[in-house]
Each structure stands twice: as structure tokens, then as C-alpha cells.
Ligand binder design. Sequence first.
Ligand code: NAD
Ligand code: UDP
Ligand code: UDP
Length: 317
Amino acid sequence: MRDPLRKRVLVTGGAGFIGSHLCERLLAEGHEVLCVDNFFTGTKQSIAHLRDYPEFEAIRHDITFPLYLEVEEIYNLACPASPVHYQHDPVQTTKTSVHGAINMLGLAKRLKARILQASTSEVYGDPSVHPQPESYVGSVNPIGPRSCYDEGKRCAETLFFDYYKQHALEIKVARIFNTYGPRMHPHDGRVVSNFIVQALSGEPITVYGEGRQSRSFCYVDDLVDGLARLMATPPEVTGPINLGNPVEFTIRALAERVIELTGSKSRLVFRPLPQDDPRQRCPDISRARAELDWAPVTALDEGLRRTIEYFDQLLSR
Ligand code: NAD
Ligand code: UDP
Ligand code: UDP
């Protein structure tokens, strides 16, 4: 007989950075995992180690097209997350967030399945409130270079809450803040991967602007734990709920930590600040603490060490 605690779980974007860690965790908990990915930024390599699990299945599919299969829970993570990737084909980025959400919500509605959306701190744009609580409605440019991502994710949240109100769907919306860890893409232009790769290769560390802008960095295992806890909450808990590390660092301080931990001789070089680059971003995680009993446990130095080890191996292959 099938274990009643074992679920069939769909992870869209499962071959991506966060998705691959989530698939790993769900399999370790004994669930059946269906990973759906179009391999735009995800790779077969990031899920290669999961093929040994008979409960794991990967399907190549673009979620902007309808998808018919049978599952009990859906984590909707499909969407390129780094500016370099999501600005490569901005129309496809918006389609992935909007058409993708409609299709996954349609699937959840037909199956009466629980569905979780990987939203983002980018829905707050360049925030005028700091740190950002979930009640802050954001300050987003609708026609700038980041809009395809920010507005696409905002519209996906709208769809999630309207399916909840109109069709009584069980929804969960997580607003994810900057996350880092092993299996980040080495060339996706994000600050943690850029700095580590540059430090390990002895290249200059590219600080944009004066490096005084701040971010808060959450280690991927902590983040995945937050997603799993959110999915397990009772139906009245819908979010949106911030998931991120409330410890804030300037970009310059991050560069200095990476140099020290890698023992690199790289020096800092300053490059122009990209347009619409938020000056600061830090989550208020009171809601996650109260409703999920969750807070990140991995300190930046520890998470950076594990990430550096990953990139060190990757670069020496
Ligand atoms: P990622 O780019 O590594 O993963 C995204 C995955 O989605 C990739 O495997 C990609 O191939 C897949 N994908 C993209 N478009 C698709 C489509 N149309 N159909 C099917 N698959 C598609 O990014 P990530 O960092 O793992 O992010 C995962 C999710 O978390 C994204 O929704 C992202 O917006 C969100 N998020 C991430 C961060 C972060 O710091 N990494 C922060 C906030 C939110
Ligand atoms: N959909 C899907 N898989 C399903 C059910 C629906 O991909 O198992 C898609 C379908 O293409 C539809 C969308 O989800 O366009 C929204 O479904 P919904 O039932 O909300 O709307 P409708 O079918 O009435 O347009
Ligand atoms: N950044 C930087 N050097 C880099 C890459 C990024 O100084 O090589 C800065 C970037 O301008 C931003 C911060 O680091 O202020 C975080 O950038 P990332 O793209 O990682 O995430 P996001 O801007 O989406 O928070």
C-alpha cells in the first residue's frame, strides 16, 4: 500500500538553483518528485544526482503551455532569476510568470492541489520602507529593464490571490530574498557567484557603484526549509510571506568577506551602478517567525565557505 504521508509533488523550475535543492529535500523526505523544466537556465547536471531515486522524474516542458498530469502539491519556481538571464528575453520572462502562473493555477484547480508560488523581494522594487514588511506595496518601475521580472511576479501574485478568492484554491506565496549557495550559475552575473568566481580566478572583483547598496543573503538550505514549512501550513495561511535573511551587508562588505575567505589576491574595481538597482533590501521576517517558526540558521561566512568549495571544485574540473 502507498504510504499516506508520501505525496506526489510537482516542482516547476526543478532543474534550477533553488529547485534542485528543493527536489533533493523532498526526495529525502520520501516524496515522489516530478521536476518540470524547459532547461533555459536549469541544467541536467544539477539534477543528475537525483536520477538514482526511483521516485524522481524529470520532464522537459515550458510552463507557458498547458500541462496535464496528476499531483497533490505544486511548487511553482519556474522563472529565470538573475537579471542577465531574465533580461535576455524579457517577453518570455513575463510570459513565464503570467501564462505560467495561469497554467499552474489551472492545473491546481483541476486537481484541488495545494500550490506555492516562488515570488520575490523584487515585488517591493526600490523600496522606500526598510526593512520591508509584507504590507509594503512596493515601488516598481513598470517599463524599466527589471520590469519583465518584477511586474511579471507581481501579476503572478495577483493571479494566485484571485484564484484563491474566486476558486477557493489552497495557495501559498513566498517572497524570496537574495539566496545563494552551491549550484548557483557561475556566469549569471549575480553578486555572490560573480565575486566568488572572480576571487578564485584571481580576477578583479567588480563592485557596482560604490558598493554601498545593501542586500541580505540567505543560504539555500535555509530558504528551502522555509518553502517546505510554508507548504505544510494550514489552508488559512496563504502568505505573502517574506523568506530571507534579515542580516544586511553592503556589497563592499560582501566583497571583502569573499576575498578573506578565499584568500584571494584580487583587488576591487568599481563599475557603474546598473539602472534601477535597489539601494537596499532587507526582509522583515516577523511573519515567517510567527507563522512558520522559521528563521535562517546559516551565518554568511559558513554559507560562503560551502559555496566557495562548490565553485572551487567546478572551476578546477
Ligand atoms: P534558476 O534560473 O536557477 O531556476 C529557474 C528554473 O526555471 C530553471 O531551471 C529554468 O530552466 C526554469 N524555467 C525558466 N523558464 C521556464 C519555463 N517557461 N518553463 C519551465 N521552466 C522554466 O533560478 P533560481 O534562483 O533557482 O530561482 C527559482 C525561483 O525562485 C524563481 O521563480 C525565482 O524568481 C525565485 N527567486 C529566486 C531568488 C534567488 O535569489 N535565487 C530570489 C527571489 C526569487
Ligand atoms: N490547465 C493546465 N492543466 C490543467 C488544467 C488547466 O495546464 O490540468 C491550463 C489551461 O490551459 C487553462 C489554464 O490552465 O488555460 C487556466 O485554467 P482554468 O481552469 O483556470 O481556466 P479555463 O480553462 O477556464 O480557461
Ligand atoms: N553587484 C555588484 N557586482 C557584481 C554583481 C552585482 O556590485 O558583479 C551588485 C548589484 O549592483 C546589486 C547587488 O550586487 O546592487 C546584488 O546584485 P544581484 O544581481 O546579485 O541581485 P539583485 O540586484 O537582484 O538583488
